[in-house]
Design a protein around this ligand. Structure first.
Ligand code: ADP
Ligand code: MG
Length: 699
């Protein structure tokens, strides 16, 4: 069987070199096996028909059963048309062909009953179906072909006869070759327990279902299988990682932590923060490396969790690092951490791309002697010349900006790999978190610090700008500060930059000196200018900050109460949510104003109305997943593991949950998959792992 399925696709009857080329290029079908796994995305029910009378009320495709009459040819040359009437007794609809006139005319038979499939259109006040699919109706064949598969195809494929029908034909030919049952990976008990049909039945019925219920069962089985093996891979990698990666044991909470907790903690922790700190503490005891993802919405208080857990490491005699994706953010972390431990004997330093050579030298020395306890910085931390005496724990903030390979560099900075905490403010829907971080442990801060008022969000059009300016003025009068953010999207960078500068000028005209002061920050400025402008806003010297999304991540100015997002229709949902998270950090009511042009795509409308409707980051992430699909959300870097054939992470969360639980159960019972009944599962998993990098090493 395996041998047959490995046969190159061009050797299938009806394919050959030319179509083989198209199948490889357009559909990634290289072998018989790939064709077997090229699934239809829907079925046409050959037993259900619309009445011709209802055609005008039906949107989309119609399926009719009736007879053809009045076949005539009109026009000549390029204007040549074939016209006919189609009736089922309930009404009449026109049929029209612009091409293949002669051939089709010859094939139409008024004595026969046809099944028609097509899309009705209104032409000059009359309904007609252009180029319908026609098939002679035969009582007995229709019964066996109740559900006809519809396969994905495209123009290039269709041009070579590989439209849905063409693929269907090839698939039927393939099944003629498959004379024995396709073997299963799962043992019979497993199938029964999980309510799955066997693989042979599933593969035959996904293509040619014996009825709607079987189509559903086949789909479920194959989705389950796909998600199960994805989860199994992640779980097993994690187990392997735990066994292999010994790490440091922090035996006690330590005096540094306790000193801070008792004397300097600026506010009582939320229950969620306490729970997460406990989870991390217990990881520190195990002797295995911690690889933990900390999810918490913007403003949920991840920073203090990072600090407290770093202080555990420090109290146990280890050094720690905190890496942020931008200089602004690294700087802000540095300042806020330094402020919190200013009366303690803890030395914190900052290292970024703009750290001067002399300072760097001193810093390197301090790291190697162990005098520096906490090093905050950008990816500059990862450079090989940055050497620690004894790095025990690294925290990575906003990890989705860092590549996997970059993260792996921390591992080499000590004799054993340090513990790793990855913090993200982009809430990831559970289905995605399970798939991407199945090899990481996940902690969630699902509670905001007390007293936060939800940000009130409204959507305004350009024509309402004067009103918005009036509102800004009122807020500034009350002593608050305002962000105005412009998109900066690389393809049109120059234009965006012009927009920002024009916006800045308009703002300074409307809010002139000396009453108002405006900061401006964008990516083309020198780091020191950026920092200076940023600092003025943070210190309250300026009331308005005009910026690009460089301020998106992490910046904390509790007195800022208004976030205005210009051209908000150009931002993605998660970016909008991040930006909005910059306000609502103080005790005051805060506002987010989404400005947009008048013409909005449906998707943009959904994004903006979602923002206005909810502040819940997880809800927003789910809408985002539905709109964009998982690949775009997680970035292309990791999308390899999301080459799902049939399952859809946006829709199949429930199946994923079951598949994951089942995979866990299996690994618990038979960690090595050594039992004879699990041989099929083991074999399939090994195939799946072949040629993949060991990412348990680089989590
Ligand atoms: P994020 O999770 O987005 O990184 P931060 O750590 O920046 O959030 O915290 C946001 C704000 O909330 C900061 O001003 C921080 O001092 C404050 N904060 C954090 N935890 C608490 C708490 N338990 N009680 C009150 N304020 C808190
Ligand atoms: Mg943060």
């Amino acid at each position: 069987m395996a041998q047959l399925l490995d046969t190159p696709i061009e050797y299938l009857k009806g394919v050959g070199p030319q179509r083989g080329e198209i199948l490889r290029k357009e559909a990634k079908i290289f072998t018989f096996r790939d064709l077997l796994h090229y699934f239809p995305f829907r079925y046409i029910d050959r037993t259900k028909f619309h009445a011709v009378r209802d055609v005008p009320a039906t949107e989309g495709y119609v399926q009719l059963k009736g007879r053809i009459s009045g076949v005539t040819v009109t026009g000549a040359g390029r204007g040549k048309r074939l016209n006919a009437k189609f009736t089922d007794g309930s009404g009449v609809v026109d049929l029209v062909w612009f091409q293949g006139v002669k051939y089709i005319q010859g094939s139409l038979n008024p004595a026969k009953t046809y099944i028609l499939f097509g899309k009705a259109k209104l032409f000059g006040g009359k309904w007609s179906v252009p180029h319908p699919e026609l098939e002679v109706f035969e009582e007995n064949t229709a019964a066996g072909k109740q559900l006809q598969p519809v396969y994905p195809s495209g123009e290039k494929m269709s041009a070579k006869g590989l439209n849905s029908k063409g693929i269907e034909k090839l698939t039927r030919t393939l099944f003629e070759h498959i004379t024995v049952a396709i073997p299963d990976y799962f043992p019979p008990d497993f199938l029964q327990k999980n309510n799955l049909i066997d693989r042979n039945t599933a593969l035959r019925n996904i293509h040619f279902p014996s009825g709607p219920a079987m189509a559903e069962k086949a789909r479920f089985r194959l989705k389950f299988e796909e998600l199960f093996f994805l989860q199994l891979e992640l779980i097993i990698r994690k187990e392997i990682g735990k066994q292999r990666n010994k790490s440091f044991v922090f035996t006690e909470v330590g005096h540094t932590f306790l000193d801070f907790y008792e004397n300097y903690l600026p506010f009582p922790l939320t229950n969620a923060q306490k729970r997460v700190i406990k989870e991390i503490r217990s990881d520190f005891h195990t002797g295995s490396q911690m690889n933990r993802l900390l999810q918490g919405d913007v403003g949920s208080g991840k920073t203090v969790v990072a600090l407290l857990t770093m202080l555990i490491a420090v109290g146990n005699g280890y050094q720690t690092a905190l890496m942020a994706p931008t200089e602004i953010l690294a700087n802000q972390h540095y300042l806020s951490l330094k402020e919190m431990v200013k009366d303690m004997p803890v030395r914190i330093e900052l290292l970024t791309g703009s750290t001067k050579a002399a300072a760097r030298k001193e810093l390197h020395a301090g790291l190697e002697s162990g005098e520096i306890h906490i090093l905050v910085g950008t990816h500059a931390l990862l450079e090989p010349k940055v050497k620690f005496k004894n790095l025990g724990y690294a925290v990575i903030d906003e990890q989705h900006r860092f590549g996997v390979a970059q993260r792996a560099k921390f591992w080499k900075k000590n004799t054993l790999p340090p513990h790793i905490l990855v913090m993200t403010a982009t809430p990831i829907p559970r289905t995605l978190a399970m798939s991407f971080y199945g090899d990481l442990d996940v902690s969630v801060i699902d509670e905001l610090p007390p007293g936060r008022k939800p940000v009130s969000t409204v959507h305004y059009f350009e024509s309402q700008r004067l009103k918005v300016f009036g509102f800004i003025e009122e807020e500034i009068r009350k002593g608050r500060q305002v962000y105005i953010v412009y998109p900066l999207i690389s393809e049109s960078e120059t234009l965006d930059y012009q927009n920002l500068m024009q916006g800045y000028e308009a703002i300074t005209r409307r809010f002139p000196l000396p009453d108002y002061k405006v900061s401006v920050v964008h990516g083309q400025m020198k780091a020191e200018d950026k920092d200076w402008e940023m600092a003025r806003f943070v210190n309250g010297e300026t009331q308005i900050m005009v910026a690009t999304t460089v301020i998106e991540v992490g910046v904390n100015v509790p007195n800022a109460s208004v976030m205005i997002i210009e051209s908000s229709e150009r931002f993605g949902l998660s970016q909008l949510h991040q930006l909005r998270g910059r306000v609502g950090r103080g005790a005051e009511q805060s506002y987010c104003i989404l400005m947009s042009g008048n013409k909005l795509s449906n998707e943009a409308k959904t994004r903006l109305s979602t923002m206005c409707a909810t502040n819940d980051g997880f809800r927003i992430a789910e809408v985002d997943l539905e709109l964009r699909g998982p690949g775009d959300i997680m970035g292309t870097q990791q999308s390899g593991i999301l080459d799902l054939q049939i399952a859809d992470l946006a829709k199949d969360g429930q199946i994923l949950t079951i598949a994951r639980a089942t995979a866990f159960e299996l690994v618990e019972k038979d960690p090595q998959l050594a039992e004879a009944q699990h041989a099929g599962i083991r074999k399939k998993l090994n195939q799946q792992l072949k040629g993949k990098p060991n990412w348990s090493k680089i989590a």
